[in-house]
Design a binder for this molecule. Structure first.
Ligand code: PLP
Length: 469
């Protein structure tokens, strides 16, 4: 296993934890958070990080099995990325791409992305986040069909429990009903189909049969809306925020066949799956789809600095470019030179360390093997992994796969024990999920499994003691 240079993190902590908590409560509104409840409890303050570990202001060392928020793919403290940002800030901290101008890092990164992307992706449009990039998708897809003389092709189909970000368009494309319930979403011209979640919707069928059935929901929706009205289908290759839901093998080839049959653009949201997480540069290569557009963010800079974008395949790029007219869309930070410089350093580091191959051939299979052993645990009804993403489905009764009630809040109980034991695993309902840094080695996977087992045992003890059901 090739080692990387890790810099020792320094801590800038001028106040006590209590004082920081009070200031946080007084001024900081956190995303997706009940502020009142958080303020009553007091926020946890993360002060430094190194490799796969983070530390809080009380000195607790915690194994970060979520890579921050699915993004710190190369782990914390990578000097090459820090140097790239420093150099670029000294040389040219900002210039825009609007005034018929470009910058060296933006050009170099665009060429590098074309090199690592699947064949046919030669162009990129930049934003600063996954959400922004999915807004770009909506504008670009509709512009494409306008230019094709089919402006009625307006509707984009997403999936229930899919996640595509939190802007108006991102949250609309996503299928999180609790997000739709706030702010009058989804926006017009978006429809949804059910997710390919075998554990929830496929019991009693073979996985293969369920995969075909779930893909068939797309065809049904297209026919319901009218094929000439549908612009695109957007989906994550493996649903991340929805609970690391790995679809059956038959699902994606059938989705591809349906998109091809009706001429519908396929958009692969690679914000989590991109840059090696599934064992290929992009998730579409793992599941075997051929998208027209790919959204990316997070792993492109390993989260060291915000950057996102859309990789534009030949079919769309050709039409956009040959039209010879403005695409009236863009952001101040499209192609930000510092973000692009960090992305170049990040991609080169992934290449140098052979992290994509390592996930595919070594750490991914090893994690899968270890995760399978969790199936024996009394609380575990199912496990799924793909590369370095994994999910543990908690159940009340293994024999019937009966689930806990919402009131038991079993995921949060387990998450609490993880945190207490020094492990960050995220809870999505009753699924415990991980997406650890791709630099992880076998010893760290073993450590992760030890911590996860300990948290599961503590959760089981609480279930029994409190009769949770
Ligand atoms: C698949 C996917 N798309 C889009 C987004 C939104 O990205 P951001 O939070 O950078 O806006 C996320 C965030 O988790 C995501 O998982």
């Amino acid at each position: 296993m090739q080692n990387t240079v890790i810099v020792a993190p320094a801590t800038v902590q001028r106040r006590s934890t209590k004082e920081y908590q009070q200031l946080d409560a007084a001024h900081f509104l956190h995303p997706f958070t009940d502020t009142k409840a958080l303020n009553a409890k007091g926020v946890r303050i993360i002060t430094k990080a190194e490799g796969v570990y983070i530390w809080d202001s009380e000195g607790h060392k915690i194994f970060d099995a979520m890579s921050g928020l699915w993004c710190v793919n190369v782990g914390y403290g990578q000097q090459a990325l820090i140097d790239a940002a420093t150099r670029q800030m000294q040389e040219l901290p900002f210039y825009n791409a609007f005034f018929q101008t470009s910058t060296v890092p933006a050009i170099e990164l665009s060429a590098l992305l074309a090199e690592v992307a699947p064949p046919g992706f030669k162009h990129v449009f930049y934003g600063s986040s996954g959400s922004e990039s999915n807004d770009t998708v909506v504008r670009m897809v509709r512009r494409y069909w306008d230019l094709m003389g089919q402006p009625q092709r307006h509707t984009i189909i997403g999936r229930m429990n899919g996640y595509h970000g939190s802007t108006m368009a991102g949250a609309s494309l996503g299928g999180m009903t609790y997000m739709h319930a706030q702010g009058g979403l989804p926006i017009p011209g978006v429809a949804h189909i059910e997710q390919p979640h075998y554990f929830l919707h496929g019991q009693g069928m073979t996985e293969d049969a369920f995969g075909l059935k779930a893909a068939g929901w797309l065809e049904e929706k297209i026919l319901e809306l009218g094929a000439d009205k549908v612009a695109a289908f957007i989906a994550e290759p493996i649903q991340g925020a929805g609970g690391v839901i790995v679809p059956p093998k038959t699902y994606w080839p059938e989705i591809q066949r349906i998109c091809d049959k009706y001429g519908i653009l396929l958009v692969s949201d690679e914000v989590i799956c991109g840059f090696g997480r599934t064992g290929n540069w992009f998730g579409c290569q793992t599941v075997g789809s051929r998208p027209d557009l790919m959204t990316f963010a997070k792993g492109v800079t390993s989260g060291y600095i915000p950057l996102g974008g859309v990789m534009v395949g030949e079919r769309v790029a050709k039409v956009l470019i040959e039209q010879g007219a403005d695409f009236n869309h863009g952001y101040t930070y499209s192609g930000h030179p510092v973000a692009c410089a960090v992305a170049i350093a990040n991609i080169k580091l992934i290449q140098k360390m052979r992290l994509v191959e390592r996930v595919r051939e070594d750490t991914g299979p090893y994690l899968a093997e270890q995760f399978q052993q969790l199936r024996e645990h009394p609380l575990v009804g199912d496990v799924q992994t793909c590369g370095l993403m994994g999910a543990i489905q908690l159940v009340k009764d293994k024999a019937t796969n009966a689930r806990f009630s919402d009131a038991a809040d079993i995921g949060m109980v387990c998450r609490g024990y993880c945190f207490d034991g020094g492990l960050i695993m995220r809870a999505v309902g009753d699924r415990m999920i991980i997406a650890p840094p791709m630099t992880m080695d076998h010893a760290q996977i073993d450590e992760l499994m030890r911590l996860a087992r300990k948290a599961l045992d503590a959760t089981l003890a609480e279930v029994r003691a409190k009769n949770l059901s």
